[in-house]
Ligand binder design. Structure first.
Ligand SMILES: NC(=O)c1ccc[n+]([C@@H]2O[C@H](COP(=O)([O-])OP(=O)(O)OC[C@H]3O[C@@H](n4cnc5c(N)ncnc54)[C@H](OP(=O)(O)O)[C@@H]3O)[C@@H](O)[C@H]2O)c1
Length: 249
C-alpha cells in the first residue's frame, strides 16, 4: 500500500471526485478526514465504507469559504488522528454566466469557495506539515483554468488562481520536505453531469475534443492523487498535471 500510517484531509468528499479520492487514499492505507456541505447521508455512507476498510474516518460539515470553518476541521482531524500528512483541496463549485450578465454575487461566491477555500485549508495545514518536515498538498484545478471557458470567467479565474497558488506554495514549502502539486481534470463524469439535462451535449463536446474519446471517471483522478500523495512522487513539486484524456492538448 502506498499510504500506510498516513493521515489525509480531503475537502468535498461527499460526492464526485472528492469521494473517489477519499476512498482510494483509504484503500492505499490512509486514515481520512473529509468535509461535506449538503450531502450528509452520502458523507455518513462514505465514512462507513472507509471504516469497513479498517481505516479511521471522520466526515465534518463545513463551508470551505469560511476561514474559521477550515480551522475547526483541521483541529478535528488533528484531534482524531494525532497528525496530518496529506491535504487534498478539492471542494469547488461553478455558477456560470457570460461576463456581461454575471452578478457580483456570482463572481464573489465562486472565487471565495474555489480560491479562498483552498487558502483557508492550506493556511491551517501548512504549519503542521512544515514543522514535521513532511507532507503533500494536492490542489484540484481544471483545464478551464489553463485555457479559459466561455461562460465561466469566474470559474476559469479561480482555477487559474489555484495554479499560481500551487507554484508559489511549492517554492515556500519545498525546503521543508513538502510537495505541492495541482491536478487539472477535463470533463469528469460526476453526479452533476449525470443529472444534467444537457448531459448528451456536454459529453459530445468533450468527446469531440478528446484524443482518447472517453469520458473521465472520478477514479481516474483518484489514482493520480494517490500517487502524488505517496513517496513515489517524492521528486515532483510545483507541477500542474492534466488528467483529461487529451481534451486540451
Ligand atoms: N467534474 C468535472 O468535470 C470537473 C472538471 C474539472 C475540475 N473539477 C473540479 O474538481 C473538484 C470536484 O468536482 P466534482 O465534479 O466532484 O464536484 P461535485 O460533484 O459537485 O462535488 C463537490 C464537492 O464539494 C463540496 N462542496 C462544494 N462547495 C462547498 C463548500 N462551499 N464548502 C464545503 N464543501 C463544498 C460538495 O459537498 P456537498 O455535496 O455535501 O454539498 C461536494 O462534496 C472541483 O474543484 C471542480 O472544480 C471537476
Amino acid at each position: 500500500m502506498l499510504l500506510e500510517n498516513k493521515n489525509a484531509l480531503v475537502t468535498g468528499g461527499s460526492q464526485g471526485i472528492g469521494a473517489a479520492i477519499s476512498l482510494e487514499l483509504a484503500r492505499e492505507g490512509a486514515n481520512i478526514c473529509f468535509t461535506y456541505r449538503k450531502h450528509e447521508a452520502e458523507a455518513r455512507d462514505y465514512e462507513q465504507q472507509i471504516r469497513a476498510m479498517g481505516r479511521k474516518a471522520l466526515a465534518v460539515p463545513c463551508d470551505i469559504a469560511v476561514f474559521k470553518d477550515a480551522e475547526r476541521v483541521v483541529q478535528a482531524a488533528l484531534k482524531e488522528f494525532g497528525s496530518l500528512h496529506v491535504l487534498v483541496n478539492n471542494a469547488g463549485m461553478n455558477w456560470d454566466g457570460v461576463s456581461w450578465k454575471m452578478t457580483e454575487e456570482q463572481w464573489d461566491r465562486v472565487l471565495e469557495v474555489n480560491l479562498k477555500g483552498y487558502f483557508n485549508f492550506t493556511r491551517h495545514v501548512a504549519p503542521v506539515l512544515k514543522d514535521q518536515k513532511y507532507g503533500k498538498i494536492i490542489n484540484i484545478t481544471s483545464i478551464n483554468g489553463m485555457r479559459g471557458k466561455f461562460g465561466q470567467t469566474n470559474y476559469s479565474a479561480s482555477k487559474a488562481g489555484i495554479i499560481g497558488f500551487t507554484k508559489a506554495l511549492a517554492k515556500e514549502l519545498g525546503a521543508f520536505g513538502v510537495n505541492v502539486n495541482a491536478v487539472a481534470p477535463g470533463l469528469i463524469e460526476t453526479a452533476m453531469l449525470k443529472e444534467s439535462d444537457a448531459r448528451e451535449k456536454i459529453i459530445d463536446l468533450a468527446m469531440g475534443e478528446s484524443a482518447l474519446k472517453r469520458v473521465g471517471q472520478p477514479e481516474d483522478l483518484a489514482y493520480l492523487v494517490a500517487f502524488l500523495a505517496s513517496d513515489r512522487a517524492r521528486h515532483i513539486t510545483g507541477e500542474v498535471i492534466k488528467m483529461d484524456g487529451g481534451q486540451y492538448i
